[in-house]
Design a protein around this ligand. Structure first.
Ligand SMILES: [Zn+2]
Ligand SMILES: [Zn+2]
Length: 131
């Protein structure tokens, strides 16, 4: 009976490790931000594109990005506050879409929806090679 419980917990640990490994593999779309850094972010109230970039541009919805400051970082969520916003808004720091210009690109654009980065390239889906 006791050994069954041990196996049960071992199973949980193993699947947690597998999940962590998966998340690590998929970390290509991750943007590391620090409190007080300024980024250009999606300004749409209802949009879920959550575009974050270090250069000016438009989000997938076609609206201009606005300058916002990082107020708080929690795991994969960063809170941004723009001058015109009454309170800070949470942004997912793991983008489903990222700038396709490669690691040398300085725009660092991530988004939850397809669109263009500040350099004018189409964002690519994380996990897919650009062609
Ligand atoms: Zn948007
Ligand atoms: Zn770019």
């Amino acid at each position: 009976m006791k050994s069954r419980i041990v196996f049960f917990y071992a199973g949980i640990v193993l699947s947690a490790l597998a999940l962590a490994g998966y998340a690590y593999q998929d970390a290509g779309g991750r943007l590391n931000v620090k409190v007080d850094e300024e980024y250009k972010v999606c300004n749409c109230e209802t949009c879920d594109c959550l575009t974050v970039s270090s250069v000016a541009g438009k989000c997938g919805c076609g609206n201009d990005l606005v300058t916002a400051k990082v107020t708080k970082v929690e795991k994969n969520t960063a809170y941004f506050k723009a001058a015109a916003w009454s309170k800070d808004r949470p942004f997912n720091m793991v983008g489903k879409y990222v700038c396709a210009c490669g690691p040398t690109c300085s725009c660092k654009t991530i988004s939850q929806k397809p669109g263009k980065c500040g350099c004018g390239s189409d964002l690519k889906m994380v996990g897919k090679e650009s062609q």
